[in-house]
Design a protein. Sequence first.
Length: 479
Amino acid sequence: MNESIRFIEISYATNEGTEVILGTYVLYILCLIMESVMNYLDDHLNTAIEDVIRLCRYATVAAKEQDIVETADVVKGMLDELGLETTLHETSGAPVITAWMDNGADRTLLFYDHYDVQPAEPFDLWDSPPFEPEIRDGRIYGRGTCDNKGDFVSRVWAVKAFLKTNTDIPVNIKFIVEGEEEIGSPNLHEFIEKNKEFVKADAGIWEFGASDANGIQEAWLGLKGLLYVQLEVEKLSHDAHSSYACILPSAPYRLVDALMSLRRPDGNISIDGFYEDVQPLSEKDEEAISKIDLSEEKIKDFYGIFEFVNGLSGSQLKQAFYNAPTCNICGITTGYQEEGSKTVLPAKASAKIDFRLVVNQDPDDLIRKLRAHLDEFGFKDVEIAWSEGYPAARTPVDHPFVEVVQKANREIYGHDITIHPTNPGSGPLYLFDEYVPMVSIGVADFYSRAHAPNESILVENFHLGMKRMAAIMNEMKDW
């Protein structure tokens, strides 16, 4: 007899009357039905893993428009196999796949996933080819395993377990799976504008999630916004011999000076008005983060550092992690970068920068403030070559679906999930904010290395992640 059945019998044994005994019997049968769903996921784990490996063999790099159509067809095929009503929607870029199953339920659950991945470079830092997935030491290695193909497959199999055991799914099911998340979802807005009714649901599961450094599962209720820009400087008509550096202007130095003007030595952003719309965390958010263990020493060890920026720790570290905007240099391109030496004065220099934004910050407003800052500090020659961005979004910590996820986590893992008011990363969550409250959970872990070489997931996390997703669907019947 499993733990869920034992709990129900004890909780009702303290009452009297045949009506309660009948209720106990009905709940006992319901638990047996869910046990068949869980047993199916146990028995078919290897087949589910094969689906992860099959999907991750496609090098679906959106930035290179690689394997997009082929992968979209595979994703649609996986959803077709469930008997869902599936549609492949053409966009100006990668297709969006939707799937729908009306079970006549009171509630509808929407899954948002993506089938594109980050570029796998540098290839020489991988211990195995990124698009030839393999299992080593209890982990599945390959690009896309944790972000987001492993999550997508775990959700497909949670639905499949109900269907294959002839168990009624207590919610209506929707899937939205896009192919451009890793390049900012440029065509998702177009899709949602045309399909607003489809996007509406009582609750949604976002594309990614993980367990922390202590192995405790995490739920993220929001995402920071993003402003991504490329700055460019051109000071000469062509590269020059470096001996002319004494009389000719340097594009790299000019760019570095401009970049240095954006941040103070303490890391705070120097752009006038950048923080004026930042709101403090609510009391409920503060209460939620007070319960969170960020595993500071493990994070330091993992990244090979001795202290965080400005020596942050404790509550100040949490405040920065959850509610501080950032200004980060992603890369600088200029001059000679190959082996050996070349004495050259580069004519051009460029830098890619990302700003992570918090709730209430407007990327359009901030790009104007960035331009004004550069002009005011004498950098009118520094061009904003291009920019893209979107705002932050968040589900309230006291939304009832958060408790549904919490109950399901207790059932599968035996303990509470850690509730994070938001995630320091970014994504197109804002597009869904008007239509469906989202919670972000998934099968990754602290050591999964999303976006980096040797991306992977634990087989155990994938296994339990499927079960938790099935438990969430079951818990929604009582919401």
